[in-house]
Design a protein around this ligand. Structure first.
Ligand SMILES: [Zn+2]
Length: 89
């Protein structure tokens, strides 16, 4: 069973302050993430391995955007955070 089947997915946009590496302007940008919320119950068809893994899973966000376009100079730059997965309580 794919890990994805243990979660409900919902896209969301989170504001993040970033500095453009070209023109050095700092601004807030909306970055798209996918929120993965663990299902209340183990889906049907789960095997032994799935049953062992399921209790350990946590809700998390995975970042969908890798790059954004600067609002000032219109150049595209990579989101300077290495954090593309964020675990939630
Ligand atoms: Zn710029």
């Amino acid at each position: 069973m794919h890990e994805r089947e243990f979660f409900d997915e919902r896209p969301e946009t989170r504001q993040q302050t970033m500095t453009c590496p070209f023109c050095r302007r700092q601004a807030e940008y909306g970055v798209r993430w996918m929120r993965r919320t663990k299902k209340a119950q183990l889906p049907r068809g789960a095997d032994e391995r799935d049953r062992a893994m399921f209790p350990k899973l946590r809700n998390y966000l995975v970042r969908l955007d890798d790059a954004i376009t600067c609002g000032t100079c219109r150049r595209r730059f990579e989101i300077p955070s290495h954090q593309s997965i964020m675990f939630l309580e």
